[in-house]
Design a protein around this ligand. Structure first.
Ligand code: SAM
Length: 162
């Protein structure tokens, strides 16, 4: 498979998982957390899927498309190891949906990041809320969910908080 085909498949899988997550939280109040603004593509998609929902963005350095700069008060700027605990203190266990798109291709880095984030993620995602992650997470009280039919196992990781 060409790198282009592989990229397209990854983006299609990401979109399917975000669509799944948005449908899951339709009747569940609470903000959305977007970890990793990047270019702003998935942030923009979440805005479209869940109009009117507060979306809090976590990013170490904003370099997105100008249309995707989060409004004042909705950006946690810095390293997630520091900003997620701040968000947990400010928002409490209120988030309906968390999307984390921070992972790298390096398994060791992803595992270290996942364990650093786990306590704050548990403190943020409300009961019944869902998380879409581009790397595996082990968060107390979260149950892995099967991916949508068009997403291969192990490409994205979905969880629901108990
Ligand atoms: N979801 C984005 C999109 O659709 O355009 C792409 C996100 S990009 C793959 C990952 C982003 O996460 C980068 O912009 C990077 O700066 C940010 N990031 C990675 N590790 C981070 C960390 N530990 N704390 C804060 N931001 C981080």
């Amino acid at each position: 498979m060409s790198r282009l085909d592989s990229f397209i498949r990854r983006m299609e899988a990401q979109r399917s998982c975000l669509n799944w997550a948005a449908a899951q939280v339709e009747g569940l109040p609470g903000p959305v957390l977007e970890l990793g603004l990047g270019n702003g593509r998935t942030y923009d998609h979440l805005r479209e899927l869940l109009p009117g929902r507060a979306i809090h963005v976590f990013e170490r350095r904003v370099a997105c498309h100008p249309d995707c700069v989060p409004p004042p008060g909705r950006l946690f700027l810095g390293e997630v190891a520091e900003t997620l605990p701040q968000a947990a203190a400010a928002l409490g266990r209120t988030a309906a949906l968390i999307h984390t798109d921070l992972g790298t291709g390096d398994r060791t880095v992803n595992e270290a990041l996942a364990s650093a984030m786990a306590p704050a993620l548990a403190a943020l995602l409300t009961a019944g809320g869902v998380c879409v992650a581009n790397h595996e997470l082990a968060v107390e009280g979260w149950t892995p969910q099967p991916p949508p039919d068009d997403v291969p196992l192990g490409r994205y990781f979905l969880y629901r908080a108990g």
